[in-house]
Design a binder for this molecule. Structure first.
Ligand code: G3H
Ligand code: 13P
Ligand code: NA
Ligand code: ZN
Length: 305
């Protein structure tokens, strides 16, 4: 069933588990995520970025919203990293039930003002809002506190930001970053900072850039001819710890892309004569589904729907 983001996330924060927001760009990803959610009896968030909406167009938003309605588990259709008021309005019109306005690269007052404006529009039509405060960046454990403060989310600012904007959930910067290169070895996650934020902000918290970039997947990608450098993701124990401290929404894109592409590479390499797309997209879709299912186990959302 199609529900708001807050309906899913409020329960998650209260009960201490996480819900995955999985990025989708095409039919195969949509099917993979929804099938995984139903098999795991897990709530789920379908995340469509502006790039996804441009690539998939009306076909993608129609499929996402209609399939969410028919799903046997709670599903929110979410705009990921909305960059403008106009972009949010397009998502609202398409029937999304959750929107993110990301003005984290602006100064604090601009972020407050622009977020507030989106909250008013979205709430008027019953849609809930994610905002972001701080810069997503990999940092070293021993970086000085004031340097960390310049980049990462400041707990007291977060409290004021949420009060002034009326946003429903907040994306925080605690050391994660987007993509396959999140740092060296095991990237440092500032759990102490998260703990302080969570004490001041009762709303569900959101972790972007949370992919694990699993070494097995990286290896499969490489073995099938893919080129990838010193990839590193977020350790599963750091995800679990973050959930125990108040993270309720965990964004995952990179792991799904890696799985999908590795399986396509393998299938095409194995049979150069094949040109039926179903023969290589099918196994790739299955691999995405397996990654989503295992993420749901890690997040603790299995059986919560
Ligand atoms: O954080 C961004 C997501 O991974 C979506 O990426 O803008 O390339 O669709 P995208
Ligand atoms: P990853 O690149 O770690 O998958 O993060 C995705 C994300 O935060 C989408 O908003
Ligand atoms: Na998002
Ligand atoms: Zn993100």
């Amino acid at each position: 069933m199609l529900v708001t983001g807050l309906e899913i996330l409020k329960k998650a924060r209260e009960e201490g588990y996480g819900v995955g927001a999985f990025n989708v760009n095409n039919m195969e990803f949509l099917q993979a995520v929804l099938e995984a959610a139903e098999e795991q009896r897990s709530p789920v968030i379908l995340a469509l970025s502006e790039g996804a909406m441009k690539y998939g167009g009306r076909a993608l938003t129609l499929m996402a919203v209609e399939l969410a309605k028919e799903a046997r588990v709670p599903v929110a259709v979410h705009l990921d990293h909305g960059s403008s008021y106009e972009s949010v309005l397009r998502a609202l019109r398409a029937g999304f039930t959750s929107v993110m306005i990301d003005k984290s690269h602006e100064d604090f007052e601009t972020n407050v003002r622009e977020t507030r404006r989106v909250v008013e529009a979205a709430h008027a039509v019953g849609v809930t809002v994610e905002a972001e405060l701080g810069r997503l960046a990999g940092i070293e454990e021993h970086v000085a506190v004031d340097e960390k403060d310049a980049l990462l989310t400041n707990p007291e600012e977060a409290r004021i930001f949420m009060e002034r904007t009326g946003a429903d959930y907040l994306a925080v910067a605690i050391g994660t970053s987007h993509g396959a290169y999140k740092g060296k070895g095991r990237p440092f996650i500032d759990h102490a900072r998260l703990e302080r934020i969570a004490r001041l902000v009762p709303a569900p918290l959101v972790l972007h850039g949370a992919s694990a970039v699993p070494p097995e997947l990286v290896e499969r990608f490489r073995a099938s001819g893919g080129e990838i450098g010193e990839a590193a993701g977020i350790h599963p124990e750091d995800i679990k710890k973050a959930i125990s401290l108040g993270i309720a929404k965990i964004n995952t894109d990179t792991d799904l892309r890696l799985a999908f592409t590795a399986l396509i590479r393998e299938a095409l390499n194995k049979n150069p004569k094949e040109f039926d797309p179903r023969k290589y997209l099918g196994p790739a879709r299955e691999a995405v589904k397996e990654v989503v299912k295992s993420r749901m186990e890690l997040f603790g959302s299995v059986g919560r729907a």
